[in-house]
Design a protein around this ligand. Sequence first.
Ligand SMILES: O=C(O)CCC(=O)C(=O)O
Ligand SMILES: [Fe+2]
Length: 206
Amino acid sequence: MQFKLESTETFTTCLDTDGRVEYMPSIFDDATSNRLFEACLNTLDWQPDQLYMFGKKITTQRKVAWVGDQDCSYTYSGVKKYPQPWTADLLWIKNKMEALVQYKFNSCLLNLYHNGSEGMGWHSDDELELDRNAPIVSLSLGAVRKFAFKHKLHKTTHAMFLENGSVLVMYPPTQEFWHHSLLKTKQLVSSRINLTFRCIQLENVD
Ligand SMILES: O=C(O)CCC(=O)C(=O)O
Ligand SMILES: [Fe+2]
């Protein structure tokens, strides 16, 4: 399947203190984004996420799929994950993202939000396995959703909408200083898939 990459647009800098976050809308046109959404939805093994909140195990409505090189494993919210193999579509997307930020990724965490009642709470992507010097590239497919950053110390917030086919890049040391969240909404919204391309340091993996 051939996909179209929109001509290069410029990044908007959303955050430039204690890290750097850049947003680029329309990396893929709508038709391509929709095809990629369907491809991810239909070809990956989606599982509920499991996390611990106040010591209690929670199973989310939101679904996750973890994809990566064979030797990658990853601890997410205290649970060890083994990756699914890359599909041709995901490898194609990975190459585009790598060209965009000039960095190589070995894994991708995908989240599927069925509607506005599903989101992701405040956190930072600072797991020990992650290469702290690598950017995290986040591609959004499907419904437009609000995403926000909150500074860990002075609690300043920055919010933005992540559109179909857009990319948000979080450069180091953003994760050290800021939490981020995908906010829930009472508005009627269709489903959304988010892909975060990450770089796992293999030396730290047992
Ligand atoms: O859905 C999103 O845009 C954010 C997902 C996220 O923060 C994560 O996967 O760590
Ligand atoms: Fe995150």
